[in-house]
Design a protein around this ligand. Structure first.
Ligand code: BGP
Length: 472
C-alpha cells in the first residue's frame, strides 16, 4: 500500500496556462516569445533571437488556456477528482514586471494569493515551482538573462517576496523546473542566446552555476522564513539505456546518465562532483566563482528530489543511426518500446528504474512532479472523449511507481500528472498535444470557446485517488 498521506494530484505551469499577458501590470517574459510552429525550437535553444513579438507568428502563451480568469472553475474540477496537491508555478514578471522594481506588483501577488487560497479551501496543498522557465524579458534584454551573475540578486528579491507573502500557505517549493534542460534549451529556461563566437558549453556551464547558487540561496531564505518549508530540486528525468550490450554502448549510456545528474548532484550533495569537474576540465571550462558561494552550496542542499518522467532514451555508439528527441533530449529508437504520436517512447518500467536510481543515489524523499501522455483526442458524436490510451499509459506508470514504493522501499511523497487539464505544449506550442483529464476547446491557432469538458480519464483518476492507487 502507498502511505495514507500520499500526495496525488496534477501539475501545471504559469506560462502554459495563464494567458492574460499584460493584465494587472504583468511584464513581458521570455516564454511569451516562443511562437507556435516555425522557429520555436531554434528560439528555445538559443540559436535564433526573438526579443519582441513579430508579425507572421502566433504566440500561444498570450492566451494560454485563460487560467488567469478561469482558475476557480479549473480548481473546482481538480477538487472533484480529489486532488491532494496541485503543482503550479509563479510568473516572475507578474510579481516583478521588469525584475528590477523595488516593490512587487501587488496585483500579481493578489492573483496567486487567491489561487493558493482557492486550493487550500478544497484541502489541496500547493506545490509551487518558483521558476518554471520564465524570466522577465527586461532582464534578458538588459543583462543577457542568467549568463549574468546579477540574476542571482534579482532572483533573491523575487523568492524573498514569495516566501514572505505566502508563508503558511505553501510548504512545498521547487526552485527551478527541469534544471538540466539549461544545456538543451537555454533561451527557454534561462533567457540565454548563444553568440556565434562563443563556446556554447562554457556559457551554459556558467549559466547553470548561477542557477545553482540562486537555488541554494532560495533554499536558505525559504528555510529561514519558515522552517516548515520543504524545498526541492527538479530535473527532467528518463534513463539512458545502452541500445545493445556492446561495451561502447554501455559506457556511453553511463556517461550520458552521469551528465544528466551533474546539476542535481550539486543541489543534493552541495558540491561539484568529481565527474562534473572532470568534464569541465576536459572542455577547458573554468567556472567563475564569487566569494562565499562554495559554503552557500554546501550548507543549503535540498530537502527532496523531484523529477519529470515521460520516457527513457536508448543510446548507441553507432553514429549512423537515426536520432530522435523526447523532452529535448536525444536518443535512438528502442525496439522494445512503442511510441507516442510525438515519438516519445513509452516505458513504464523506466519509471521504477528512475525511482530506484534516484533514491539509491540521493537517499532523500522523491516526488514525481510530471508524468503523462501527450496525445490527439477526439470528441465523439455524443460529446464524450474516450481517452483509454491515456488511462493505459498512466495505469502502467502508476503500477511501476507502486512497485518501487511497495517492493523496493523507495520513499516517495507524491505524484502529479502532467497535466490535469489540456494546456500549451512546451516543446511545440501546440494545443493539440493534449495531456489533460479535462479537455479545453482550443486549437493550435488559438481558436475555440475555451470550454472545459471531462474526458473518460477524469473519473478514472478520481477512482485512483479515492482508492489511494489500489483501484487502477
Ligand atoms: C516538461 C516541462 C513541462 C511540460 C512537459 C511536457 O519539459 O516541464 O512544461 O510541457 O515537459 O512537454 P511538452 O509540453 O513539450 O509535451
Amino acid at each position: 500500500m502507498l502511505p495514507a498521506d500520499f500526495l496525488w494530484g496534477g501539475a501545471i505551469a504559469a506560462n502554459q496556462c495563464e494567458g492574460a499577458l499584460f493584465e494587472d501590470g504583468r511584464g513581458l517574459a521570455n516564454v511569451d516569445l516562443l511562437p507556435w510552429g516555425k522557429g520555436r525550437k531554434a528560439i528555445a535553444r538559443g540559436y535564433q533571437k526573438m526579443f519582441d513579438f513579430e508579425d507572421g507568428y502566433y504566440y500561444p502563451a498570450k492566451l494560454g488556456i485563460d487560467f488567469y480568469h478561469r482558475y476557480k472553475q479549473d480548481i473546482a474540477l481538480f477538487a472533484q477528482m480529489g486532488f491532494k496537491v496541485l503543482r503550479l508555478s509563479i510568473s516572475w514578471s507578474r510579481i516583478y514586471p521588469t525584475g528590477e522594481e523595488e516593490k512587487p506588483n501587488e496585483k500579481g501577488l493578489a492573483f496567486y494569493d487567491a489561487v493558493l487560497r482557492e486550493c487550500l479551501g478544497y484541502g489541496i496543498k500547493p506545490l509551487v515551482t518558483i521558476t518554471h522557465f520564465d524570466i522577465p524579458m527586461a532582464l534578458v534584454k538588459k543583462y543577457g538573462g542568467w549568463r549574468n551573475p546579477k540574476m542571482i540578486d534579482f532572483y533573491q528579491k523575487f523568492v524573498t517576496t514569495l516566501f514572505t507573502r505566502f508563508r503558511g500557505l505553501v510548504h512545498y517549493w521547487l526552485t527551478f523546473n527541469e534544471i538540466n534542460l539549461i544545456y538543451h534549451s537555454p533561451f527557454e529556461t534561462a533567457g540565454v542566446c548563444i553568440e556565434p563566437n562563443e563556446s556554447r558549453s562554457a556559457v551554459l556551464a556558467q549559466v547553470a552555476h548561477h542557477h545553482l547558487v540562486a537555488s541554494a540561496l532560495a533554499t536558505k531564505i525559504g528555510h529561514a522564513i519558515d522552517p516548515e518549508n520543504k524545498i526541492g530540486c527538479m530535473m527532467a528525468g528518463g534513463e539512458y539505456y545502452p541500445l545493445t550490450s556492446k561495451p561502447e554502448d554501455v559506457l556511453l549510456a553511463f556517461q550520458k546518465n552521469q551528465e544528466n545528474y551533474y546539476l542535481i548532484d550539486i543541489q543534493a550533495f552541495g558540491e561539484y562532483s568529481y565527474f562534473y569537474q572532470q568534464y569541465l576540465h576536459r572542455q577547458g571550462i573554468e567556472i567563475k566563482w564569487q566569494q562565499g558561494e562554495q559554503e552557500l552550496l554546501q550548507e543549503n542542499t535540498v530537502d527532496f528530489i523531484s523529477f519529470s518522467y515521460y520516457s527513457s532514451l536508448a543510446i548507441s555508439s553507432d553514429d549512423s543511426l537515426n536520432i530522435r528527441e523526447a523532452n529535448a533530449m536525444a536518443g535512438v529508437p528502442n525496439p522494445y518500446l512503442s511510441d507516442s504520436k510525438w515519438g516519445w517512447q513509452i516505458d513504464p518500467i523506466g519509471l521504477r528504474l528512475s525511482l530506484n536510481r534516484f533514491y539509491d543515489r540521493y537517499k532523500r524523499p522523491l516526488f514525481i512532479v510530471e508524468n503523462g501522455l501527450g496525445a490527439l483526442d477526439s470528441i465523439e458524436p455524443d460529446g464524450s472523449i474516450q481517452d483509454d490510451y491515456r488511462i493505459d499509459y498512466l495505469r502502467a506508470h502508476i503500477q511501476e511507481m507502486k512497485k518501487a514504493v511497495e517492493e523496493d522501499g523507495v520513499v516517495l511523497w507524491g505524484y502529479t500528472t502532467w497535466a490535469p487539464i489540456d494546456l500549451v505544449s512546451s516543446s511545440t506550442g501546440e494545443m493539440s498535444k493534449r495531456y489533460g483529464f479535462i479537455h479545453v476547446d482550443l486549437d493550435d491557432q488559438g481558436k475555440g470557446t475555451l470550454e472545459r469538458r471531462k474526458k473518460k480519464s477524469f473519473d478514472w483518476y478520481k477512482t485512483v485517488i479515492q482508492s489511494n492507487g489500489e483501484n487502477l
